[in-house]
Design a protein around this ligand. Structure first.
Ligand SMILES: Cc1cc2nc3c(=O)[nH]c(=O)nc-3n(C[C@H](O)[C@H](O)[C@H](O)COP(=O)(O)OP(=O)(O)OC[C@H]3O[C@@H](n4cnc5c(N)ncnc54)[C@H](O)[C@@H]3O)c2cc1C
Length: 1043
C-alpha cells in the first residue's frame, strides 16, 4: 500500500476530521463569531469549488477543445461516461490515481473520436495556475462574510494531483472548513458529505447557505434543509445527457442557451447579499479616497444636493474620487441612499475651449432623449461659489467596465456579444437625428478629418523633441489622402471598451461615459478609434491591446469584421478606406503620446519613464504608417487599368544620327488616353494620359532629346576618349537640365529626409541647383559589401569631431572635380546590435586625408569625369554636426534612401533598351545576308519580338513601382522597387546583346553606343546591389505578405 493511498484512506480521514472538528468547534464557540451577524440568521456560507470559486471543468474543457480542434462537448461526454462508476467519479473518490484516470479517460475520448486525444494537456490546463484562479468577486465576498463573523467552507468534489496533494488552488486561510470528496471517499450529492461539512462547521443545515453550479448537488442540499444558491454554470449540450449523473453535471438549460458564466459569480454574490442582508462588495470600483489637492467643500455640496434632490434629512455625505477623469476630476457621491457622480472643471486658469463640462452635460442630456445609453444627468451648476468650479451631477450607473479588451474569464460567445453590443451602441450614437435633439450646432459640419489632421499636426509640432521619420511621412501623407466625408454625426471622440458600462449579466451597454472629446464629425473616426486595441500588444502600457491574442479562439471579432458589422448595422456599403481612418487614429495617439513625453522630460518623471514614453510615440507612429502603406496599396490595386486594344505608337529614339542611322522610328507602346486614366491617382502608361502640365513637360523633354542630346552624342563620345576626359565636358554643362544623375539624386533625398536645416543649406541647395556633385562611399574592397553590416571603416569620436579611417572602392563620381560632398558610411559602434553599428557622415571633399588611389574601370570604361574611385580615408576629421540623424542610424538612413533615385537606373535601362532595339531594327532592315534582308530571317524576327515584350514587361513594372512610390510612399513600394531592380538590368543586357548580335562585329565597337549600353547594363547588376540581393528581398516579402 503506498503512502498516498494510506493518506487517502477514509478511515484515517475520519480520525483527522473528528480531531479537527473538536478543535474548530472549540475555537468558534470560544470566539463567538456568530454573535455579530447584524440580524442575519445564517452562520456560514458553503462554496462548491469548480464552477463557483474557480472556473468549472466544463468551461475549461470548452476552451481546450477549441484550442485543440476537438469536437465540442467531447470532454464533458467522456467525463460523465459510466456515471458514478465512470473514471471521473472514481477519480473524485480517489479510487484511481491521476495517472490511472488519465489512462482510462484518454482511452474513452479516443474511442469516441476514433483518434488519439491528448487528455494530458486538458488536465494540465484544468489545473494550471492561469486557469485555476479564484474569481476576485468571490474573494471579496468571502472577506466580507468573514468580517461579519460568519464561517466559510468549501465542499467540493475534488481529486488528487500526481504530486499526491489535492487540487486546491485556493487560499486555505479564507475557509474554516474544507471538505473534499477525494479525501472522504464520497462525492456530492451523497448526503453524508454535506452532513460532514455541517458537522465540521458545528451548524444545523438551516444555518448555512450553499452555493453550487449543479442542480443535483443543490437539490440534495436543499433536501437536507440547507439554503441554496445556484451559481449558473457552463451550458453544454443537453442531448448528451443520458443518466442521472449527467443530470448532475449538466445544468438543465435548453440547447443553445448559454448562461454567461463570467457574470454568474456577480449574480451569485448579489443573491447572497440579498440573503445575508449586507454588502459583499468592498467599495465602488475604480475609486479611491479624494486626493488632498482635489478636495471639494462637502458642506456646501451637501446643501446643494439636498436642494437638488429635494431631501430633508441625510446621513453623512460619502465622497470618493474616480481613478479616471484626469482632465475633468470625477467624484463618486453617496448621499441618502443615492449614488451620484460629480464631474467638475479642474481648478486654476483654463484655456477657453478646454474642460468644457457644459458640453458634456449638454450632449448627454440630448442623447438620453434620443435613446442612447448615457448616465442620467441631473443638473449643471455653473455657479463656481458652490464647490469652486462649475460642475454637473449625474446618477451613478452600476455595472461592469471591462478594462482588459481580451475579456479574460469570459466565454468566446460572451466576448463576441460584448463587442457586438459595443458596435451596436456606436451605431446608435451615429444614428441620432441632430436636428431632433437640438445638436446641429454642437460642432462644425463637414471637414472633420482635415480639421483634426491640422489640429494634431499642430499639437505634435508643439511638443516635438526630435525628428520621427514615420511622423514626418504621415504629416505629408494624411492631407493628401483625406477621405470625402459622407456623413456628419455625433462623434464620441474617445470611444473605447473601457468607456462603456455593461450590464452585469447581459451583454448590454448601460452607459457610454467620457464625452469630453465629443463633437460633430465623421463617424468612421470613432469606428477606427474603437479598434486601436486590435493592433496594440497586451503589454502596451497606455492602452492594453489584443494584437498578440488569438481572436478567433477568444471569440472577439477582428477589426475588419468589426468594421463590416458596423456598416451592416448602419446600412452602409463596406468602408473601403478604413486603413486611412486607422492611420489617422494612430497618428492622433502618437501626437498625444509625444505631448506626454515632452511633459515627462520637463516634469518630475524619471529618465527611464521619459525614455519609455518617448519610444511609445515612435512605435505608434510606425503603426500609423503601416496603415498608410496598406491604404496606398488598396488605392493602387483599385486603379483603372488601360484597355490594351487602344494603342498608338510614338517615336522615342532620335531619327537621324550616326548612332541611329536609318531615321526609322523605334516605338514604345503607349495607349490612347481615356478619361479614366486621367482621373486622380490612376496609373499613367501613356504620355497622352498625363495631366496637361506634365504632358507639356514630356513634350519639351522629347524635343530637347531630339534637338539637343542625340546630336551631341558623337561629340561627347570623343570627349570621353580624349586626354581632357577627367574635366567635365562643356557640352554637358551646357545641356544639364535634368540633374538626375546617380548618386546625386539619392544623396539629395537623404538630405531632404534626414538632414538638419544647416546640412540642407550647405549641401542640398547646391546639389539641387546643379552647382555641386556628390558621391556615396560605402563599398570596401576587403569585405562583401552587398551586406552593409560588413562595412569596417571606422568613425571614432574625438572632442567635437569624428575621425574616419577606412578603405573604400567603386565610389562613383568621386573623381569629378565638381564633387564637393562624400556621404560616408562607417561604423561608430562595432559592439552595438548589428543594425545599429553604422552611421552616416557628411564629409566635405576638401577635408585632408581623402586619398584617391585610382579610377577603376568597367570592361575598360572609365566613366570619366566622375569615374569610380578607389579611396583611402586616413584620419579624416569631420565636425560632429556633420553626422546625419545620429550615431547608429546608418541602416535606417540607407533604407529611407529607397526613393525615386533608386529606380532612375531602371528608367535609364529602359531607355538604353529602346535605343538598342531601334538600332537593331534599322540595321536588320538595311543589311542583306544570304540574298535577303536580315529582317526576313525568322530568328531575327523572334529576337525583335522577344525584345519588345521584355521591354514592355519591364516598363510596366517600373511605372508601377514609380506610381506606388508617388501614391503610397517608398516603404509601400519596397517590393516593386526590388522587383524592378532585379528585372531591369538583366532585361536590358539581353535586349542590348540581341542588338549587338544583329549588328555583327560593329556592335562591339565604339562606332555605335551598343557596347557602352551593354557595359552599363552589366555593371548595374552590381552597382545598385547584386541581383541576388534584390531577389532575396522579393522572396522575403513574397513569403511574408502573400498567401
Ligand atoms: C559601376 C559601379 C558603380 C558603383 N558605385 C558605387 C558607389 O557609388 N558607392 C558604393 O559604395 N558602391 C558602389 N558600387 C559597389 C556596389 O555597390 C557593390 O559592388 C555591390 O554592393 C556588391 O558588393 P561587392 O562588390 O562587395 O560584392 P560581394 O558583396 O562580395 O558579393 C559578391 C557576390 O556574392 C553574391 N551574393 C551576395 N549577396 C548574396 C545573397 N544575399 N544571395 C546570393 N548571393 C549573394 C552575388 O553574386 C554577388 O555578386 C559600384 C559598383 C559598380 C560596378
Amino acid at each position: 500500500m503506498c503512502v498516498r493511498s494510506c493518506f487517502q484512506s477514509p478511515r484515517l480521514q475520519w480520525v483527522w476530521r473528528t480531531a479537527f472538528l473538536k478543535h474548530t468547534q472549540r475555537r468558534h464557540q470560544g470566539s463567538h463569531r456568530w454573535t455579530h451577524l447584524g440580524g442575519s440568521t445564517y452562520r456560514a456560507v458553503i462554496f462548491d469549488m469548480g464552477g463557483v470559486l474557480i472556473p468549472s471543468p466544463g468551461r475549461v474543457a470548452a476552451e481546450w477543445e477549441v484550442q485543440n480542434r476537438i469536437p465540442s462537448g467531447t470532454i464533458l461526454k467522456a467525463l460523465m461516461e459510466g456515471g458514478e462508476n465512470g473514471p471521473w467519479m472514481r477519480f473524485m473518490r480517489a479510487e484511481i490515481t491521476a495517472e490511472g484516470f488519465l489512462r482510462e479517460f484518454g482511452r474513452l475520448c479516443s474511442e469516441m473520436l476514433k483518434t488519439s486525444v491528448p487528455v494530458d494537456s486538458f488536465f494540465s490546463l484544468l489545473t494550471s495556475e492561469r486557469v485555476a484562479k479564484q474569481f476576485p468577486v468571490m474573494t471579496e465576498a468571502i472577506t466580507q462574510i468573514r468580517a461579519k463573523g460568519l464561517q466559510t467552507a468549501v465542499l467540493s468534489n475534488n481529486f488528487y494531483l500526481p504530486n499526491q496533494k489535492s487540487f486546491l488552488p485556493l487560499d486555505r486561510k479564507q475557509f474554516d472548513v474544507i471538505v473534499e470528496s477525494c479525501m472522504e471517499g464520497i462525492c456530492k450529492p451523497d448526503p453524508r458529505i454535506y452532513k460532514l461539512c455541517l458537522e465540521q462547521l458545528g451548524l444545523q443545515p438551516s444555518e448555512s447557505i450553499f452555493l453550487d453550479d449543479l442542480g443535483t448537488n443543490l437539490k440534495e442540499a436543499a433536501r437536507l434543509g440547507i439554503h441554496t444558491i445556484k451559481r449558473q454554470g457552463f451550458a453544454v449540450l443537453p442531448k448528451l445527457v443520458s443518466n442521472s449523473w449527467a443530470q448532475a453535471i449538466y445544468p438543465p438549460y435548453p440547447p443553445k442557451v448559454v448562461r454567461l458564466q463570467v457574470n454568474d459569480p456577480e449574480t451569485a454574490v448579489k443573491e447572497l447579499e440579498a440573503l445575508l442582508g449586507f454588502t459583499l462588495r468592498v467599495g465602488v470600483p475604480n475609486t479611491r479616497p479624494v486626493k488632498k489637492t482635489m478636495e471639494i467643500p462637502k458642506d456646501s455640496l451637501q446643501k446643494y444636493l439636498k436642494d437638488l434632490l429635494g431631501i430633508q434629512t441625510t446621513g453623512p455625505l460619502e465622497l470618493l474620487q474616480f481613478d479616471h477623469g484626469q482632465s475633468n476630476p470625477t467624484y463618486y457621491i453617496r448621499l441618502a441612499n443615492r449614488d451620484l457622480v460629480l464631474r467638475k472643471k479642474p481648478p486654476g486658469t483654463l484655456l477657453p475651449s478646454a474642460h468644457a463640462i457644459e458640453r458634456e452635460f449638454r450632449i448627454m442630456k440630448a442623447l438620453a432623449n434620443a435613446g442612447v445609453p448615457v448616465p442620467n444627468v441631473l443638473d449643471l451648476c455653473e455657479d463656481s461659489s458652490v464647490i469652486g468650479t462649475p460642475f454637473y451631477v449625474m446618477e451613478y450607473c452600476p455595472g461592469l467596465i471591462y478594462k482588459d479588451p481580451s475579456l479574460p474569464g469570459l466565454e468566446p460567445s460572451h466576448r463576441r456579444a460584448i463587442y457586438t453590443a459595443m458596435n451596436t451602441v456606436l451605431c446608435k450614437i451615429h444614428s441620432v437625428d441632430l436636428q431632433a435633439v437640438g445638436l446641429e450646432d454642437y460642432g462644425k459640419q463637414g471637414d472633420y478629418i482635415p480639421r483634426q489632421v491640422r489640429t494634431w499636426v499642430k499639437q505634435y509640432r508643439a511638443s516635438e523633441t526630435s525628428t520621427i521619420p514615420a511622423m514626418e511621412r504621415l504629416i505629408e501623407w494624411l492631407p493628401l489622402h483625406l477621405p470625402r466625408q459622407q456623413r456628419t454625426t455625433v462623434v464620441h471622440g474617445d470611444f473605447r471598451l473601457d468607456n462603456l458600462v455593461f450590464h452585469p449579466e447581459e451583454p448590454e451597454v448601460l452607459a457610454v461615459l467620457d464625452w469630453e472629446l465629443s463633437t460633430l464629425g465623421d463617424p468612421l473616426a470613432d469606428v477606427a478609434y474603437s479598434c486601436l486595441a486590435h493592433y496594440l500588444p497586451s503589454s502596451f502600457p497606455v492602452l492594453r491591446g489584443i494584437n498578440d491574442c488569438d481572436l478567433t479562439q477568444l471569440g472577439i471579432p477582428a477589426a475588419e469584421e468589426y468594421f463590416r458589422m458596423y456598416c451592416l448595422q448602419m446600412g452602409l456599403p463596406p468602408t473601403e478606406n478604413w486603413n486611412f481612418y486607422m492611420a489617422f487614429s494612430f497618428f492622433r495617439v502618437a501626437a498625444i503620446l509625444q505631448g506626454v513625453y515632452k511633459r515627462s522630460l520637463t516634469g518630475q518623471a524619471s529618465s527611464t519613464y521619459a525614455e519609455q514614453t518617448g519610444k511609445l510615440t515612435e512605435f505608434v507612429s510606425n503603426l500609423a504608417w503601416d496603415f498608410a502603406v496598406k491604404e496606398g496599396f488598396r488605392v493602387f490595386k483599385e486603379m483603372p487599368f488601360t484597355n490594351p486594344l487602344t494603342r498608338s505608337y510614338h517615336t522615342w529614339a532620335r531619327p537621324q544620327s550616326q548612332w541611329c542611322p536609318t531615321g526609322s522610328r523605334s516605338y514604345s507602346s503607349v495607349p490612347e488616353a481615356s478619361p479614366a486614366h486621367t482621373s486622380r491617382g490612376g496609373l499613367v502608361i501613356s504620355p497622352e494620359s498625363l495631366s496637361p502640365p506634365v504632358r507639356e513637360l514630356y513634350h519639351r523633354l522629347k524635343h530637347f532629346m531630339e534637338q539637343r542630346v542625340y546630336p551631341a552624342e558623337p561629340e561627347l563620345q570623343s570627349h570621353q576618349a580624349s586626354a581632357a576626359r577627367w574635366s567635365p565636358s562643356p557640352l554637358i554643362e551646357d545641356l544639364k537640365v535634368c540633374n538626375c544623375s546617380a548618386p546625386d539624386t539619392g544623396n539629395m533625398e537623404l538630405l531632404v529626409r534626414y538632414g538638419t536645416e544647416a546640412q540642407k543649406a550647405r549641401w542640398l541647395i547646391p546639389l539641387l541647383e546643379g552647382k555641386a556633385r556628390s558621391c556615396f562611399a560605402m563599398t570596401e574592397p576587403q569585405v562583401a559589401s552587398s551586406d552593409a553590416t560588413n562595412i569596417e571603416a571606422s568613425i571614432r569620436e574625438e572632442d567635437s569631431f569624428y575621425v574616419i579611417n577606412g578603405h573604400k572602392w567603386w565610389i562613383t563620381g568621386i573623381l569629378d572635380p565638381r564633387c564637393q560632398l562624400c556621404v560616408f558610411m562607417g561604423k561608430t559602434d562595432p559592439h552595438a546590435p548589428r543594425h545599429r553599428q553604422q552611421s552616416v557622415l557628411l564629409v566635405p571633399m576638401d577635408t585632408p586625408g581623402i586619398k584617391i588611389i585610382r579610377p577603376l574601370t568597367v570592361y575598360g570604361l572609365e566613366d570619366a569625369p566622375g569615374g569610380h574611385g578607389e579611396v583611402r580615408f586616413e584620419h579624416v576629421r569631420v565636425p560632429k554636426e556633420n553626422m546625419v540623424l545620429g550615431p547608429g542610424r546608418g541602416f535606417e538612413i540607407a533604407q529611407g534612401r529607397l526613393g525615386p533615385g533608386r529606380i532612375h537606373h531602371c528608367m535609364r535601362l529602359i531607355g538604353f533598351s529602346e535605343r538598342a532595339l531601334a538600332l537593331m531594327k534599322a540595321r536588320v532592315k538595311s543589311r542583306l545576308a544570304f540574298g535577303k534582308p536580315l529582317v526576313e530571317q525568322g530568328t531575327v524576327l523572334a529576337d525583335i519580338a522577344q525584345s519588345r515584350v521584355e521591354i514592355e514587361q519591364a516598363r510596366l513594372l517600373v511605372l508601377r513601382a514609380a506610381h506606388l512610390m508617388d501614391l503610397a510612399g517608398n516603404k509601400a513600394a519596397a517590393l516593386d522597387i526590388a522587383m524592378i531592380k532585379m528585372v531591369a538590368p538583366s532585361m536590358a543586357s539581353r535586349v542590348i546583346d540581341r542588338a549587338i548580335q544583329a549588328f555583327g562585329a560593329a556592335g562591339l565597337s565604339s562606332d555605335y553606343p551598343l557596347a557602352q549600353f551593354f557595359t552599363w547594363a552589366r555593371a548595374l547588376r552590381f552597382a545598385d546591389g547584386p541581383d541576388e540581393v534584390h531577389r532575396a528581398t522579393v522572396a522575403k516579402l513574397e513569403l511574408k505578405h502573400r498567401i
